[in-house]
Design a protein. Structure first.
Ligand SMILES: *Cc1c(COP(=O)(O)O)cnc(C)c1O
Length: 407
């Protein structure tokens, strides 16, 4: 290096150093100034109607002495959801997992079914309980959903279906999946546990594929404490699903199938009716919170959002960011651990990948080399606190805390 160059180098540093120091100073100052939350802030909180609004339902159920077996509350909820989800057929279940078990059985799936490793354990487990081998397929880096371009090479003569998940309520590439399914004569089941209220071009998300499953677990935006539903186009599935839900009983004396007990009871259904009245309000609040998050985090290098397309109405189930370690300067795990010091408890949905579970990692398709995108993304995603009761300034504060970690 020449003497000349060296001199300019020194000059350049001389100029920038005070600024850099100032920036560091400023950030330290900011860190010191942000105090943690007094009460813990969790990723979500169940939407609960005021108790006095639920009591009249209980009174009615007590009066009827009918606690389960498809009573009045069940029928009212079913009708309400058919209307809201804009679907032709819907069958309620006592949770999303039993609904999924029945869906797989009703379509006579067997052998192998292609699915995503980036989901909740219930998705692959439902296949295994039906004696089906889950074949893990890699995901799309943008949507985090199953990548249709990687499905075809996984299809073998014993593949009978695709079980895809609308992760975080973002719709899968439904068209491409259907094209593949038609070409190879496969059934499609969608796990829409996160997608209650999602619409694509004004079409309810429950209208695609052969069957769609919804979960109404307490952590989901619309819930019945525990609960679920299946929606489907083919109304011929209805009697079979009802039998599978009720011990396989065809009538009082005939048992046609080895069915489950998957019935939603009257108290669950009534809770759903009560919660439904507050769903819209919660949805509006979450919409606002999402905007505040986006406004405050959008210009931070290394942080990106999982975005809905313009044609999609979002379910607002989760607010999820991806943290790129090299660009943000800190890993997702660092951010998660540090946030805990401020009494903020986001979640690593979904960590670990299903393909890395003890019970699935020996399956050939679970090999890390086959799933590069999923194995990368699983270390980047973070679901931030997201529920209607969060105040604007609390959301802003969470963003400021995250910003203060950047290095
Ligand atoms: C919640 C969830 C389920 C399971 O639903 P349950 O109603 O809790 O049985 C299945 N799949 C996904 C992706 C979920 O998030």
């Amino acid at each position: 290096m020449s003497h000349q160059q060296n001199a300019t180098h020194t000059k350049w540093y001389a100029k920038i150093q005070p600024l850099t120091l100032f920036a560091i100073e400023f950030k330290n100052e900011m860190n010191k100034r942000i105090k943690g939350f007094k009460k813990p802030i969790y990723v979500t909180r169940p939407l609960l109607p005021p108790l006095e609004k639920f009591i009249p339902y209980l009174r009615e159920i007590w009066g009827s002495k009918r606690l389960t077996n498809i009573g009045k509350q069940h029928q009212l909820l079913e009708a309400k959801l058919i209307n809201f989800l804009k679907v032709p057929n819907l069958t309620l279940f006592n949770n999303g997992t039993t609904a999924l078990l029945a869906a797989i059985r009703s379509l006579n799936l067997s052998g192998k079914v292609i699915t995503t490793p980036f989901t909740f354990p219930a998705t692959p487990h439902a296949l295994v309980w039906n004696k089906i081998e889950p074949i893990f397929c890699d995901i799309d880096e943008e949507t985090l959903n199953i990548d249709p371009s990687k499905i075809e090479k996984l299809i073998t003569p014993d593949t009978t279906g695709i079980l895809a998940v609308h992760v975080f309520g973002i719709p899968c590439d439904i068209e491409s999946l259907q094209t593949i399914a038609d070409r190879y004569n496969l059934k499609i089941i969608f796990d829409a546990a996160h997608a209650f209220g999602t619409e694509v071009n004004n079409i309810g998300i429950g209208n695609f594929g052969d069957i769609t499953m919804f979960s109404f677990h307490a952590t989901k935006l619309f819930h019945t404490a525990e609960g679920g539903a299946l929606t489907y186009k083919d109304k011929k599935l209805k009697p079979k699903l009802k039998m599978l839900r009720n011990f396989g009983l065809k009538n009082e004396f005939e048992v046609e199938l080895p069915g489950l007990n998957g019935k939603m009871n009257e108290i669950q259904a009534a809770l759903g009716l009560a919660v439904f009245k507050y769903w819209k309000d919660e949805y509006k609040k979450r919409k606002r919170i999402k905007l505040i998050y986006e406004e405050n985090l959008k210009d931070i290098e290394g942080i990106t959002f999982i975005q809905d397309k313009k044609s999609t109405k979002s379910s607002l189930q989760y607010f999820v960011i991806k943290i790129n370690r090299s660009k943000f300067g800190r890993s997702r795990d660092y951010v998660l651990e540090k946030l805990k010091e401020y009494n903020v408890f986001p979640r690593k949905y979904f960590y670990p990948l299903c393909s890395n579970y003890q019970c699935y990692k020996s399956i050939k398709s679970a090999n890390v080399q086959n799933l590069p995108v999923a194995n990368k993304v699983v270390n980047e995603v973070l679901a931030l606190p997201f529920y209607g009761d969060l105040k604007d300034n609390e959301v802003e504060k969470i963003c400021n805390i995250i910003k203060s970690f950047k290095s």
